[in-house]
Design a protein around this ligand. Structure first.
Ligand SMILES: *[C@@H]1O[C@H](CO)[C@@H](O)[C@H](O)[C@H]1NC(C)=O
Ligand SMILES: *[C@@H]1O[C@H](CO)[C@@H](O)[C@H](O)[C@H]1NC(C)=O
Ligand SMILES: *[C@@H]1O[C@H](CO)[C@@H](O)[C@H](O)[C@H]1NC(C)=O
Ligand SMILES: *[C@@H]1O[C@H](CO)[C@@H](O)[C@H](O)[C@H]1NC(C)=O
Ligand SMILES: *[C@@H]1O[C@H](CO)[C@@H](O)[C@H](O)[C@H]1NC(C)=O
Ligand SMILES: *[C@@H]1O[C@H](CO)[C@@H](O)[C@H](O)[C@H]1NC(C)=O
Ligand SMILES: *[C@@H]1O[C@H](CO)[C@@H](O)[C@H](O)[C@H]1NC(C)=O
Length: 416
């Protein structure tokens, strides 16, 4: 696939192309052979107030095949403070002001930096309805994600959605879903639901045990009432925030696992960690940072009621999507940006001094100007008292820049 520079930039600008994965605890063994596609568990075409996700390349601001909201029934954001947003640099917004208003600006206006004060009154702009704007409210098809975001009928649809999606992307008027087709030889085919993968993992274990007792997973056992570290990584950073939650495995086994069976886990303390490996010696480096929490207390409501969400702490490129973007500054400042890290899918161009990106895959990995630094973001969660047994652990990431909810699951055992 050959992109012109303009097309590529617009593809990013009108992006529906984000990626993330659980890194700790382990995900099912059978998903680790997916290469870059291990980052691809999500629900495409989901915005706040919509009754269902649509799988369409909707709501991304592109004039064709994407400028329409994902549904008619959308509602106002419940976030109240511009500090709760992750796409908010002045550079990004001033560039947007002079960009082609028919596409880029219309997409971005709604993300609220027009003026923080005007946040609540900005209307009819697709980005403003993306999942993070009302955490937990956007619908999902599968609480463990769908490989590639949806079950499409053609591999080409995974690039930019069904219908005219591919043509629109190619002529610079549409956004991407995954930017490229699933490789023909993926070990788990695109379109597979994440809960099915957990069941297959359990079945494999049963079969391998040859009549002996087996455990459902190889993750460490968690004591009820203990605190534990969990982590995720991103290969493309579209901001927003996330939550960790658990559902008793019985719901997986009887095929009724959905958003309703999950209990959100509380975050513990006021510190998270950006963890990466030094290029030179592979030494693990840890940058502690202060996470931004979002809950009923500082918004007009999150779901589940009474739960807490945490913003993605790694700032995206501050000039992301601008024609001359070289990622020379972050969307916002925090301890991570001050240590020289921001970006995704573009990079902090000062890579010799400030390694800024990630374990990312084709086609971006073909870029020689991109510096990749694998990383993970670690948070401490509280394992509730009184739980016992096997649970589905799910990471739910509500994207700010794309109409997508990223969900991925693994299994943990909780001991009394
Ligand atoms: C886009 O809109 C902004 C604000 O309304 C305006 O200042 C700018 O001139 C417009 N740019 C173009 C290229 O039309
Ligand atoms: C891009 O392709 C779509 C789908 O074929 C078409 O409807 C649209 O007019 C094209 N736009 C441009 C600017 O060529
Ligand atoms: C899958 O196909 C790609 C290209 O077609 C090839 O590079 C890769 O090695 C294959 N992977 C496996 C596991 O066969
Ligand atoms: C979580 O990880 C951080 C950073 O490595 C570490 O300081 C902290 O002690 C860990 N907490 C737990 C509960 O493992
Ligand atoms: C599935 O299992 C859950 C948990 O045990 C139970 O509450 C629910 O009633 C079951 N649903 C069906 C349809 O069996
Ligand atoms: C760091 O680890 C990677 C992956 O194991 C290896 O390819 C690389 O050579 C290592 N670099 C150094 C400097 O040890
Ligand atoms: C990146 O490099 C340029 C040119 O050397 C410099 O002006 C700029 O301050 C650097 N930015 C950061 C964040 O280090």
């Amino acid at each position: 696939m050959k992109f012109s520079t303009a097309t590529l930039l617009l593809a990013y600008a009108s992006t529906t192309n984000a990626h993330g994965t659980i890194t700790q605890p382990k995900v099912p063994k059978i998903t680790t052979d997916l290469g870059g596609w291990r980052y691809m568990w999500f629900n495409q075409g989901s915005q706040i107030g919509c009754p269902v996700a649509t799988g369409q390349n909707c709501g991304n601001g592109s004039p064709n095949g994407g400028n329409t909201p994902c549904c008619e029934e959308q509602f106002e954001p419940t976030l109240k403070d511009v500090e709760q947003l992750t796409y908010m640099s002045d550079k990004w917004w001033s560039a947007v002001q002079t960009a082609d208003n028919s596409s880029t600006q219309s997409m971005l206006r709604g993300a609220a930096k027009v003026s923080p004060k005007d946040f609540a009154s900005v209307t009819n702009t697709p980005l403003k309805r993306n999942p993070w704007l009302a955490p937990g409210h956007a619908p999902v098809v599968n609480s463990c994600g769908i490989l590639g975001g949806w079950q499409y009928n053609s591999a080409q649809d995974y690039i930019a959605g069904p219908g005219d999606g591919y043509e629109n992307l190619m002529n610079g008027t549409g956004g991407a879903v995954n930017s490229y087709m699933p490789p023909a030889n993926l070990t788990i085919p695109a379109g597979t639901h994440g809960d099915v993968v957990l069941l297959e993992e359990i079945n494999h274990r049963m079969q391998e045990a040859q009549g002996e007792q087996y455990t459902t997973n190889d993750n460490p056992r968690w004591k009820a009432g203990s605190v534990q570290n969990v982590s995720y990584s991103l290969s493309a950073n579209h901001g927003g925030g996330f939550q960790w939650r658990v559902c008793p495995i019985e719901f997986l086994l009887n095929d009724t696992l959905d958003e309703g069976c999950f209990t959100a886990l509380d975050f513990v303390g006021d510190e998270s960690w950006f963890v990466y490996k030094n290029d030179n010696d592979n030494e693990t480096q840890i940058i502690p940072f202060t996470p931004v929490r979002v809950s009923d207390a500082n918004t007009n409501g999150v779901l589940p009621k009474g739960s807490t969400w945490t913003q993605i702490g790694l700032p995206a490129c501050g000039d992301f999507a601008t024609p001359d973007s070289n990622c020379d500054g972050p969307m916002f400042e925090n301890e991570i940006s001050k240590a020289g890290f921001w970006g995704g899918p573009e990079i902090n161009s000062n890579s010799s001094t400030s390694p800024a990106l990630f374990d990312i895959m084709e086609p971006l990995s073909a870029r020689t100007d991109v510096h990749y630094t694998p990383f993970e973001i670690v948070d401490t969660i509280q394992v509730p008292k009184g739980m016992e047994g096997d649970y589905v652990l799910s990471w739910r990431w509500d994207s700010e820049q794309s109409p997508q909810v990223w969900t991925q699951c693994t299994i943990v055992t909780i001991e009394a």
